[in-house]
Design a protein around this ligand. Sequence first.
Ligand SMILES: [Cu+2]
Length: 245
Amino acid sequence: MKSIDHFNLSKQSQNAIQKIALSAALMLLAATFSHAASLTVSVVDKDGKATPDAVVFVSTSSVSSPKNPLPKLATVAQSNMQFLPAVTVVQAGSKITFTNNDPWDHHVRGSAAGAAQFGKNDENGFTFRLAGKSLFSAAKSSVVTFDKPGVVLLGCHIHGSMMGHIVVSDTPWAAKTDASGNAVFNDLPEGTATVKVWHAAQFIDLKPAQTTLNATPNQLKMQLTVTPPPRRAPAKPSEYDKPMG
Ligand SMILES: [Cu+2]
């Protein structure tokens, strides 16, 4: 009997210790997750108009990673003489599938965007041709791996109006602005952060903004020094562009 009493007592104290340990763990967990900050960056153009398809990068002072990381796989279609989406944001090492949905051929030419595209030695450059889709065959695709952070300009040798961008982010915190010009980050760590904005029409880099993120929702407005031209409406190729036969 005595040994059973002893056993019961010991079991109770074990339970008490477990409870303390559990509540301590929960407190630690709460402390870890309560320090997430939200940030909405509104990008406007020179005239104050909301600007979609800008990319916002946030560098944080403390090391952390988003709950929803940037994709490592993405698809860029060539449809109606456009690269869709026009801007794709991925992390380094991502594989992007290019698919030609048009009934005529397209090139996919990739080169470093910005001033570097005028350089002769373009390590990131690539080019290939995708045959047009016919009634009897599936759309042609090709996969490219993007290892280096940076911005890659997409073009087509046949159709000069076709333009797109692949943005390979060097920070896990990057997002494209939506139709309202907003990029929203929900689980940034509190503390100081540096915010950068990229836009295809913004040739001179915007000055990064320094901000301090706290528990209340944080707002930041970033203004381009240019007015991006409206995106060209899907065009029909001329007879010359169409494959023969
Ligand atoms: Cu083309």
